[in-house]
Design a binder for this molecule. Structure first.
Ligand SMILES: O=C1O[C@H](COP(=O)(O)O)[C@@H](O)[C@H](O)[C@H]1O
Length: 266
């Protein structure tokens, strides 16, 4: 359990949010490149890819610090639906349409780690999760030599029920301590079969950012930040496990009525 608090930022619009998300992500990139010459990031689906694209595809101010070095990015998925990669429900397809295919050639091409479709077709979601975990192990070192992979940055969404990744409220998966990637076969939100990073992997990341916008999120954000009952929600567990490594990028409608103190500056 972390002893520090998450950072809650709120902006007047999605455009204003994206403007601040960009230097945040690029600071994470630059620190990671200085540490190990690669930037390992996990991204979510839902509303996140569009905001991320708005942030990263904006014009650079020309400095090295403000330039995405995509050829050094390794992009994993915080969660993925067990569907083919060209299915409308695929988080990979969403990221591709919103961001990947719009990256100008001069910024380089990231290495992207989609799920192995073979195990979508054979319906074996556990195998799908295991194979994805092996891909993580190849990048971060074998599971028996490091306890947990440490992503440089994990970008998350928060559903109106407080779920994040494909970790849903009250589910046994929230207690997973060992696996890096787990299978969800009965998701309350369609599609039912998914894979997800586990909570220990999420909270071990160097930086974790949630993006949550719109009035549809205000009740759950109030619960997460202001109420005792909200403490067991998956998104709250990330806050409590990772403390000030967590930054929430919200817009004003999403935090209307939330008492938890906002931070003015990043
Ligand atoms: O099903 C999912 O939902 C969450 C939240 O989505 P949002 O549209 O409310 O931002 C998302 O983070 C996750 O990746 C996705 O699979």
């Amino acid at each position: 359990m972390a002893t520090t608090q998450p950072n809650l930022y709120s902006f007047s619009s999605t455009d204003a949010l994206a403007k601040e998300l960009r230097p945040y992500v690029l600071r994470c990139q630059n620190a990671a490149l200085a540490r190990h010459d690669t930037f390992r990031i996990a991204v979510s689906g839902g509303s996140l890819p569009a905001v991320l694209a708005k942030a990263l595809l904006a014009d650079s101010n020309g400095s090295a610090e403000d330039t995405p070095q995509f050829s050094k990015w390794q992009i994993f998925f915080a969660d993925e639906r067990a569907v083919p990669l060209d299915d409308k429900d695929s988080n990979y397809l969403l990221l591709k349409e919103e961001l990947l295919k719009k990256i100008p050639a001069e910024l380089g091409e990231p290495t992207v780690y989609p799920i192995d479709e073979k195990h979508v077709h054979d319906g074996n979601t556990q195998e799908l999760a295991d194979v994805y975990q092996e891909a993580l192990m190849r990048s971060f070192a074998a599971k028996d030599s490091v306890k947990l992979p440490i992503f440089d940055l994990i970008l998350l969404g928060c559903g109106p029920d407080g779920h994040t990744c494909s970790l849903f409220p009250g589910h046994d998966l929230l207690r997973e301590k060992d696996a890096w990637v787990a299978a969800e076969t009965n998701s309350p939100k369609p599609p039912p079969k998914r894979i997800t990073l586990t909570l220990p992997v999420v909270t071990s990341a160097s930086h974790i950012a949630f993006v949550a916008t719109g009035a549809g999120k205000k009740d759950i954000l109030k619960s997460i930040f202001d109420s005792e009952e909200g403490r067991t929600l998956p998104s709250s567990l990330v806050n409590h496990g990772a403390g000030d490594k967590v930054s929430w990028f919200t817009d004003h409608p999403a935090v209307e009525g939330v008492a938890f103190p906002r931070r003015g500056n990043l």
